[in-house]
Write a protein that binds this ligand. Structure first.
Ligand code: SF4
Ligand code: SF4
Ligand code: SF4
Length: 295
């Protein structure tokens, strides 16, 4: 069965333990950052930071009761209709099976050996959620901790962790992504997508009926044919910095259909795609509130 992570924004305290756990488990480098007048840190995803917690506030505050944070966990959504998979010209980015016994459970990943560094996936992702690293020569994004939730880790296109000791195995039990395992408040759960959707429905009803959150809603059910991150929100997606209607950018479907190795019009289609992707990237950056500027 397809797997997913449920993020219940109404339970998140913004502690960012998940952000640290992600970096730690995936052995990403720590980089020096500065306080820029927000608790968000770093201000955007990088090849060394695959997820971050957004701290949004209501646009309008009429009285003290309106004061609140809208915390959001932001990373690759492992979209069912994944633009990055559609657009990858070398076949480096694809959906990797979590298990041989379960054809439906997959994780979107990029094989660094096949990646040619074109950056089309970076430019066209509707969530602006993957990053190229020139030093490591590859694309990086949340891997849904496939090396924790699967038993087939030798099949994956990345090195297994050299210093994963017996002591660490006890400390970090398998079968749960690192961020979920670490969450201090129960805001994160991992499991079969169907079960998580039911849990999300129950929570949404609770928030509406018992907490008077009339805008409570679920995000990720139908967006891009279904995300593998499901969100329970107390308000509209935009309040959390999430795009209301994420879509595959114009031109990508044509690119997928037309540009095959050896096709003479491939170059022309590529130029068109890049133009469309560039515009889309700017729109994404401007509208979605997923990333901040300094100051
Ligand atoms: S969020 Fe972006 S990088 Fe992740 S699967 Fe969707 S299109 Fe690909
Ligand atoms: S599932 Fe793993 S890789 Fe993805 S955000 Fe959580 S800790 Fe990071
Ligand atoms: S660990 Fe849990 S409570 Fe803390 S920021 Fe992450 S999702 Fe929110």
């Amino acid at each position: 069965m397809p797997k997913a992570i449920l993020f219940d924004a109404s339970k998140c305290t913004g502690c960012r333990a998940c952000q640290v756990a992600c970096k730690s488990w995936n052995q990403r480098e720590y980089t020096e950052t500065h306080n820029n007048g927000t608790y968000e840190n770093p201000l955007e995803l990088t090849s060394q930071c695959w997820m971050r917690i957004l701290f949004n506030e209501p646009e309008e505050v009429k009285d003290v009761n309106d004061l609140r944070w809208y915390f959001t966990k932001y990373q690759c959504m492992h979209c069912e209709e994944a633009t990055c998979v559609k657009v990858c010209p070398s076949g480096a980015t694809k959906k990797y099976k979590v298990s041989d016994d379960d054809a439906e459970a997959y994780v979107v990943m990029t094989d660094p050996k096949k990646c040619i560094g074109c950056n089309y996936c970076v430019a066209t992702c509707p969530f602006s959620a993957c990053r190229y690293d020139a030093k490591e020569k590859g694309i990086f994004r949340c891997r849904l901790c496939i090396d924790r939730i699967s038993h087939n880790s030798s099949d994956f296109p990345f090195e297994s962790k050299p210093d994963f000791t017996e002591e660490m195995k006890k400390k970090y039990p398998r079968n749960i992504p690192a961020c979920v395992h670490t969450c201090t408040s129960g805001a994160l759960s991992f499991g079969e997508r169907e079960d998580l959707l039911k849990k999300a429905e129950e929570r949404k009803d609770f928030l509406k009926n018992k907490r008077n959150r009339q805008n409570a809603q679920i995000y990720g059910v139908n967006e891009l044919d279904g995300l593998h991150y499901i969100y329970v929100l107390e308000d509209n997606p935009e309040a959390y910095g999430l795009p209301k209607n994420p879509t595959v950018p114009a031109g990508v479907t044509a690119f997928e259909a037309l540009v095959k190795p050896g096709y003479p019009w491939g170059g022309i289609a590529l130029v068109g795609l890049i133009a469309a992707a560039g515009i889309n990237f700017v729109i994404n950056k401007r509208n979605q509130g997923l990333e901040r500027k300094e100051g």
